[in-house]
Design a protein. Structure first.
Length: 798
């Protein structure tokens, strides 16, 4: 980006036509301006410092500084946008000025990130996929018995139970992980695959979220089981308990989550060995399934014991009821005088006993059949129903299901197999339904026959002239026997069903895909971490560069310098591109169209337009706030630019304490200002004037000066006479003086020149130093005081 300066000088527009300017303020094509020569006009107009400078005095409050940097009026959203762009421009400018700092810091952070990544131990993640059975039809045990109830567990509940401490301890005992030092050491919060710095990095990386969705109503009971399991695990965690420590480490390595809203649970194990990761993941899943089956077996055992006890109690009650009815009937028959009635009662009692036994047998058989049908155990069902065709069809169905799940290598189309499977399944259901319907009809017939026999017995007993109390007692005994019989049949059926379920218990989850040995490491993701570290390093470096560039808030832009100094700014000198063996002031004659050369030329033109009401500047003092702000380079460049325009220019090095011009030009220090001032004649000897090797500019070096006489030389009255004599012999006198902060020479010289330029270095000069320097200079003169911003970076044009 080329440097541009939109500086507008008061009165420049009116004088531009006579001076030969053309183009806009941002893109000017300068012609050599008319500068006051050595003709009669200059000689005939003696300078009155008091009057001229007083008339030329500028009030800082007249808006001159603001007019130097014209900014169009903006309001509303446009103003806000301009502010944002200005802020962005400050950031870009800070990046340019602090480029090497930002680059070095960013490189160091990236290098540190790479070292940390290489130091991290590789981790491998093995995943076992489990599927929750949505039917869960084999885990329902009636809670009427008061036994343990294993309800249908939701997917989220299964996930939480797999995270329990008790399960982790069982895996540790199964694989004997307490002897593995990785699990013993990993219990520390600052170590292990999931703790410390790797754990923090893994937490920052994107991972699949935990299970979503709502839990079922059984989640409350599952949560109570989780809490009890974790409490049991925590009770076993004592100092020196290796199993508890290893279990804690294993839990840190384990991640259990639900895959979206599906019934799939992903069990991840992350460890530094790929084979161990697969072994642990599969063992974890197998242990959980085995523990779930064991829990169901224990629950079924408790329920079976409770049911058996209840069946025994109900059987005894039923026998007592039947015995009471039989005894009551015999007692009534013995008391009856009718022989026929006694024989009928005996016959009915015998028939009721036989039919009751048959009805109970059929009812129990029907309940067992229903249980086998719900469990899908058709092989046993065929034996009970005495139907071998059911077992054959069930065998065919299982074979076809196996072919559907695992087709042979040459079998690509499984449609015929699926159709055959559907046909066999339909035939199986038809035969089973037919046999079961027949059994149900027999059971209903037996029940109806038993009811008829009891009714007939009741009528026979009543015909024997029973009293009302006796009839009521008989009815009570019959109802009690009926209730006991019904309860006995129900509990006996449940006991048989539970016995069958214990043989075919299945877990709520099963392994859908076992974990394989992971071929690639899962952590650390080196590319991602390196990219993240590089980006973070760049952001941090830019932030540090911006802070260093803005805090403390040194002068960076011309508008800042104008606002601080309240005096006009006559130029902004950009950073010259340094080439091998070339200084910035060499640009004046080697590359006169460069940005640097144009900036120097603009400073000189501005001085001539402002000083002495546009009649020209004949002497200018170049000073600065402090050292290394480009004061001497600017003075030499300004002198060379004037000499290049055809003027006779002399450059005086009045920095008698630390002279620099002679070394810049490769000249001998020799005689100079230090030898002219003490001489009684005050004449400028030709031997004192030296020639610039690269221009027509004359140079008067500082000369050899003793430190003891330095203060006397500057206080000598001949200093003003020397400047006046130079003004008479030369078109322009450029004086390089020491910094205001370091010496008082600039304050003394400022009394005898037409104008003073205070040089401030961008991003280095502090605002307070500028204010102090201007206050000191203003004691010597208050007019024709200007500033120049040196080493400036062009503002970003957006």
């Amino acid at each position: 980006m080329k440097y541009q300066d939109n500086t507008v000088i008061p009165g420049l527009a009116g004088a531009s036509s006579s001076l030969g300017h053309s183009g806009s303020a941002g893109d000017q094509s300068y012609q050599t301006p008319f500068l006051l020569g050595r003709g009669q006009q200059r000689v005939s107009e003696p300078r009155s410092q008091t009057v001229d400078r007083g008339e030329a005095k500028q009030d800082p409050s007249d808006g001159l500084g603001e007019r130097l940097f014209y900014e169009p009026n903006r309001s509303g959203n446009e103003g806000a946008t301009t502010g944002d762009l200005e802020h962005f421009g400050r950031i870009v400018g800070a990046i340019k000025r602090q480029f090497w700092l930002i680059a070095a810091l960013s490189f160091c952070i990236s290098l540190l990130t790479l070292a940390i990544i290489l130091a991290l131990r590789p981790q491998y993640t093995a995943t076992t996929l489990l599927v929750v059975d949505p039917k869960d039809g084999h885990s329902t045990v009636s809670s009427d018995t008061g036994g343990t109830s294993v309800s249908s567990v939701s997917v989220d509940s299964e996930v939480e139970m797999m995270k329990s401490t008790k399960l982790a301890q069982q895996v540790v005992r199964r694989l004997d992980l307490a002897k593995d030092p990785r699990f013993v050491k990993a219990s520390s919060p600052t170590s292990g695959s999931s703790g410390g710095f790797p754990g923090i990095l893994r937490a920052l990386l994107p991972t699949t979220g935990d299970s979503l969705g709502e839990a079922e109503s059984s989640e409350t009971q599952a949560d109570s089981r989780i809490e009890s399991s974790e409490n049991e695990g925590l009770q076993g965690k004592r100092p020196g308990n290796a199993n508890a420590i290893a279990a804690q480490a294993l839990q840190k390595m384990t991640s259990v989550r639900r895959r979206g809203l599906t019934n799939v649970i992903a069990l991840d194990i992350t460890i530094d060995n790929a084979n161990d990761a697969a072994r642990l993941a599969n063992a974890y899943a197998e242990t959980y399934i085995e523990e779930q089956i064991d829990a169901k077996l224990r629950a079924a055992g408790h329920a079976a014991a409770a049911l058996a006890k209840r069946v025994s109690e109900l059987g005894e009650a039923l026998r007592r009821s039947e015995s009471q009815i039989k005894a009551f009937a015999l007692a009534q028959a013995s008391q009856s005088s009718d022989e026929t009635a006694r024989r009928d009662i005996d016959r009915l009692q015998a028939n009721i006993t036989v039919v009751t036994r048959e009805a109970n047998s059929q009812a129990n058989k029907l309940r067992e059949v229903d249980s086998l049908m719900s469990s899908g155990n058709y092989a046993t069902l065929g034996k009970i129903l005495e139907a071998p065709e059911i077992a054959l069809l069930d065998e065919q169905r299982r074979s076809l299901e196996q072919r559907l799940q695992h087709p042979s290598d040459g079998e690509t189309d499984v449609s015929p197999v699926r159709q055959r499977h559907e046909l066999v399944n339909a035939q199986l259901q038809t035969i089973v339904n037919q046999r079961v319907d027949g059994l149900r009809q027999k059971s209903r017939a037996s029940t109806e026959q038993l009811a008829n026999l009891r009714k007939e017995l009741e009528q026979t007993v009543r015909k024997s002239d029973l009293s009302t109390d006796t009839s009521v007692q008989l009815f009570r005994l019959q109802q009690e026997a009926t209730a006991n019989r019904q309860l006995y049949q129900d509990y006996l059926g449940r006991l048989k069903a539970l016995t069958q379920q214990r043989n075919i218990l299945s877990p709520n989850v099963y392994v859908a895909a076992e974990a394989g040995v992971p071929p690639f490491r899962s952590f650390p993701p080196r590319t991602l971490l390196l990219a993240f570290g590089s980006i973070a390093g760049l952001v941090i470096a830019v932030g540090v560069g911006y802070l260093r560039d803005n805090y403390p808030r040194n002068v960076k832009f011309a508008r800042d310098l104008v606002a601080i100094s309240q005096v006009p700014n006559v130029g902004v000198v950009p950073i010259a591109k340094r080439m091998k063996g070339r200084r910035p002031d060499d640009e004046i004659y080697k590359n006169p169209l460069s940005e640097y050369s144009e900036a120097i030329h603009r400073i000189r033109v501005s001085l001539n337009l402002i000083v002495n009401k546009g009649s020209g500047c004949r002497s200018v003092l170049i000073t600065s706030v402090d050292r290394k702000e480009g004061r001497s380079t600017l003075a030499l460049s300004l002198a060379r630019d004037a000499a290049r325009s055809g003027l006779k220019v002399v450059l005086l090095d009045c920095d008698l304490r630390n002279p620099n011009l002679h070394s810049m030009l490769g000249l001998a220090r020799g005689d100079g200002v230090g030898q002219i001032l003490p001489s009684s004649e005050g004449l400028i000897a030709p031997s004192v004037i030296k020639a610039d090797p690269h221009s027509t500019c004359s140079i008067i070096t500082s000369g050899e000066v003793d430190d003891t006489t330095l203060a006397q030389l500057l206080q000598h009255n001949r200093l003003g006479e020397l400047i006046k004599r130079c003004e008479q012999e030369f078109d322009l006198v450029v004086i390089d003086s020491p910094p205001v902060k370091r010496a008082a020479a600039a304050l003394i010289i400022a009394q005898y020149v037409d104008s003073v330029i205070l040089v401030a270095r961008s991003a280095r000069t502090h605002p307070d130093d500028v204010r102090v320097a201007l206050q000191e200079i203003s004691r010597a003169r208050s007019d024709n005081l200007f500033t120049v911003l040196n080493f400036a970076i062009a503002p970003v044009i957006l």
